[in-house]
Design a protein around this ligand. Structure first.
Ligand code: CP
Length: 308
C-alpha cells in the first residue's frame, strides 16, 4: 500500500480533500488491523520531535505510542526544563532540534497560528497537535475515524456539538471534516459560546440540548473553567443545568446513537458520570483510535512506504 497522499504539513482540516481523508483513514485501519505489519525500515533512522508547550495526556500519549510503534526515535522537549525558560524562541528551538537530527515535529502551543508559523520557518514537516483556539486536526481526524467505525458513512448523519464552540479548536477542526463527509452539524450552546463566524460554517444552531437528543451523535465539549471567569457563562452549575448531559437525557437518547467527547472530561459539568460511562459512550475508543490516526499521519508526512 502506498499512501500517496500529498501533504507537507498537517495544520488544519479545512483544506483536506475527501480523498486525502479516505487515504488517512485507510492507512489508520491498516495499522489497526495489522498489528505486526512490516514497517518502513527507514523509520529506524528517523527522529520525531515533540514540542508540547501546553499540557496534554491523550494527544502526547498517543503520538508517543504511534512513534514507538513505527520504530521512530523520539526527542521529547519539555519547555519548562529547556532553554525556552532562558528566552529561546520557537524557531531557534526547532532549528537546534533539527541540528540534533529531528525529521518531523509535533507542536502543541497556546498561540493560535503557531503551527503555521513554525511550518513557514523550518524545512521539516509540522503536525499541529492543537494551537490555541484555532485547530486540532489530529483530534478531528480520530473523531471522524471513530464515527466511521460506528456508522460506515456520515452522509446525512445528525451530529450535535455542545458547549464552548467559540474557544474550541476541536469544534472548528471537526466541523470542516464532518461537513466534508456529508454530516449535518448542529451547534448547541449559550449565545456567548457560539462563534462569530457561524454563518460561514454551514451549520445549524440551537440553544436547547433537548433539540438534539434524537441525533445520531452527541458530542459535548469540555467547559474550560477559566472561561467562566471571563463572563462567558454566569456559573458552571448554571451551565451544567441547561447544557450538561445528565441521566434524564440519557433515557431519551436513541438506542443506536453515540456520545463522544475529545477529553479531558469534567464529570458533573458538561456530562454526568452515568453519561460518560454508559454503553453509548465511545470516549475511550476515540483515545485508542488516536494512535492509529497518528501513525498514519506520521507515515504520510515522512513519505513512508507501507508494505501489506
Ligand atoms: N483531546 C486532547 O487534546 O486531549 P489532551 O489535551 O489530553 O491531549
Amino acid at each position: 500500500m502506498n499512501p500517496n497522499i500529498l501533504l507537507s504539513n498537517l495544520l488544519d482540516t479545512e483544506d483536506l480533500t475527501t480523498s486525502q481523508l479516505e487515504g488517512i483513514f485507510k492507512l489508520a485501519s491498516h495499522y489497526k488491523n495489522n498489528k505486526n505489519c512490516n514497517l518502513d525500515p527507514n523509520f529506524k533512522n528517523k527522529t520525531i520531535g515533540f514540542l508540547f508547550y501546553e499540557p496534554s495526556t491523550r494527544t502526547k500519549g498517543s503520538f508517543y505510542q504511534a512513534a514507538q510503534k513505527l520504530n521512530l526515535k523520539i526527542l521529547d522537549f519539555s519547555p519548562s526544563t529547556c532553554s525556552v525558560v532562558k528566552g529561546e524562541s520557537l524557531i531557534d528551538t526547532a532549528n537546534n532540534l533539527i541540528s540534533l537530527g529531528v525529521d518531523i515535529f509535533v507542536l502543541r502551543h497556546k498561540q493560535s497560528g503557531s503551527a503555521l508559523f513554525l511550518s513557514k520557518n523550518i524545512n521539516k514537516p509540522v503536525i499541529n497537535a492543537g494551537d490555541g483556539m484555532h485547530a486540532h486536526p489530529t483530534q478531528a481526524l480520530l473523531d471522524a475515524y471513530t464515527l466511521l467505525e460506528n456508522f460506515n458513512s456520515l452522509k446525512n448523519k445528525n451530529i450535535a456539538i455542545i458547549g464552548d464552540i467559540r474557544h474550541s479548536r476541536v469544534a472548528r477542526s471537526n466541523i470542516y471534516i464532518l461537513k466534508n463527509l456529508g454530516a449535518l452539524v448542529t451547534l448547541v450552546g449559550p449565545p456567548t459560546f457560539l462563534p462569530e463566524e457561524i454563518s460561514k460554517l454551514g451549520v445549524k444552531v440551537t440553544n436547547k440540548v433537548e433539540d438534539v437528543l434524537d441525533f445520531d451523535v452527541i458530542m459535548p465539549l469540555r467547559i474550560q473553567k477559566e472561561r467562566q471567569l471571563s463572563g462567558y457563562i454566569p456559573s458552571l452549575s448554571e451551565y451544567s443545568k441547561f447544557f450538561g448531559l445528565n441521566d434524564t437525557h440519557l433515557s431519551e437518547i436513541n438506542e443506536n446513537s453515540i456520545i463522544m467527547h475529545p477529553g479531558p472530561i469534567n464529570r458533573g459539568v458538561e456530562l454526568s458520570s452515568s453519561v460518560a460511562d454508559c454503553d453509548k459512550s465511545v470516549i475511550l475508543e476515540q483515545v485508542s483510535n488516536g494512535v492509529y490516526i497518528r501513525m498514519a499521519l506520521i507515515t504520510i508526512l515522512l513519505g513512508g512506504k507501507v508494505n501489506e
